[in-house]
Design a protein around this ligand. Structure first.
Ligand SMILES: [Zn+2]
Length: 459
């Protein structure tokens, strides 16, 4: 098509854009508009009332630019004779877009005038080459800016900088929110003990505990919180832990790792392989031959039982059988009580540590007072102080593990709703194995005798 007339009465559309890209920073829309209007005035063009202004949006990504699209539509409809932009790369910062524009310009005969780099004529080969060069440079600038930003992000990630936003447990400036941190620790303990996410969400809702946004708790929101290494004070970059963060942890790195493993794809039940069908298979061991017992139905009583397998050629003797239901119930209750003892033990270890460090701190104060009143000399005081500090740092700090925070009562109340694989995880956390002794003659085949179960406890 023939180029449109660009005479005194040509209709001109002015396109302005403020971009977040740093390359042409500082050129506000007002400034761009002023320069474009000056050019139109010099040429004697009639500037359309309609404003084509995209604000704070980069053309580099495929983002939505309403004014740009409106302008294109107007050109296609023949509603404008000439387009004025501040500089050509404002209009099309990526080469693919420019080619569209060249097609459009040659189809409509409408030219782009730039207030900074002069007239760009897309209707002839030289003009197009010029536009392509300008665009290629602009695209290069965008790419460089992107690289700079990526490098900056990487630098921050490697330095363990706080990512910036508020998240559950932390304020926007990385301060721990105590109430939310307490909820996170509870969530971690309950999940690691196999409680279902939906059940936990319901419980939090029933207790009136708010989420970060005041919405109701969902399984996904709990999973997202617990899967984030941020709660263990770890910085993540591109989905991987990149550094120790410069903020305080809410849970230990060990706990965070266990939680992430628990939620890893394909580990929905925390169990490798398919879901476990029989709770005690392999945990119960035949006392006669040491083989792991398997689920079966007792030939006489027709009750579900565990027995030593009698495999031809194998070492298994097939000589021991025990009824399933009562054994399960007895072991579960034993596990709950063991867990309670563990929690008490943990509390005792912690208070013992606090007591010992407290005593040493008191001793430090005493010798400082002795020195202050002249009862001992400076060198004596320094020597005594050093000895006490050494004793303090030699005290083993008790490590609190999530399992040591879960009471037997918590387990007992949720036991029946747990998946078999989760129940087994609880038992595995308590028992190394449970040896099953032979049936005694005095008790009959039908009655359950707990004395036949000899657990080997885990520490
Ligand atoms: Zn056996």
């Amino acid at each position: 098509m023939e180029p449109r007339k660009e005479g005194a009465d040509a209709r001109a559309a002015i396109y302005t854009r403020v971009s977040k890209d740093l390359t042409l920073e500082g050129l506000a829309v007002g400034r761009q508009l002023k320069d474009c209007l000056a050019l139109a005035r010099r040429k004697g063009w009639r500037v359309l009332d309609e404003k084509f202004e995209d604000n704070d949006i980069s053309a580099a990504g495929g983002k939505h630019r309403p004014a740009y699209l409106r302008l294109r539509a107007l050109m296609e409809a023949g509603g404008v004779d000439v387009v004025v932009v501040y500089s050509a790369d404002r209009l099309h910062r990526n080469p693919r877009e420019l080619e569209d524009w060249i097609d459009l310009a040659s189809a409509t005969g409408i030219n782009i005038h730039s207030a900074t780099n002069g007239h760009i004529d897309l209707s002839n080969p030289d003009g197009r080459t010029m536009a392509r060069v300008v665009t290629a440079f602009a695209a290069g600038e965008v790419e460089k800016t992107k690289m700079r930003i990526l490098r900056k992000h990487l630098e921050l990630a490697e330095a363990g900088a706080w990512p910036g936003q508020k998240c559950y447990g932390y304020t926007a400036d990385a301060q721990i929110i105590p109430e939310e941190a307490a909820v996170i620790r509870e969530l971690a303990a309950r999940v690691l003990h196999g409680e279902g996410l939906n059940a936990i969400a319901r419980d939090l809702g029933a207790r009136g505990i708010p989420t970060a946004r005041g919405a109701s708790w969902r399984a996904a929101s709990i999973r997202n919180i617990l899967m984030s290494p941020r709660i263990a004070g770890l910085r993540v970059h591109r989905g991987k832990v990149s550094a120790k963060g410069q903020w305080s942890a809410i849970v230990s790195e060990e706990t965070s790792l266990m939680l992430r493993n628990r939620f890893a794809p394909g580990r929905a039940t925390g169990q490798i392989g398919g879901p476990r069908k029989h709770l005690l298979t392999g945990l119960l061991v035949c006392s006669k031959c040491g083989t792991g017992m398997v689920k079966c139905v007792n030939g006489k009583s027709k009750k579900e039982s565990y027995r030593c397998p009698r495999n031809v050629g194998a070492a298994a003797c097939g000589g021991t059988t025990i009824v399933a239901a009562e054994t399960k119930a007895w072991l579960a209750e034993a596990a709950f009580q063991f867990q309670d003892a563990r929690v008490v033990g943990q509390t005792e270890a912690t208070s013992e540590w606090l007591e010992q460090t407290g005593a040493l701190d008191a001793r430090l104060e005493e010798i400082a007072a002795d020195y202050a009143v002249g009862a001992i000399g400076r060198s004596e005081w320094q020597a005594a102080r050093a000895a006490i500090e050494r004793a303090k740092s030699a005290l083993p700090v008790p490590i609190v593990r999530p399992r040591e925070l879960t009471t037997g009562a918590m387990l007992r109340s949720t036991w029946d709703s747990m998946a078999v694989s989760v129940q087994r995880a609880v038992l595995d956390d308590v028992f190394v194995k449970v040896v099953v002794m032979p049936r005694r003659q005095a008790t009959g085949a039908k009655s359950f005798d707990a004395r036949r179960l000899v657990p080997e406890w885990k520490q």
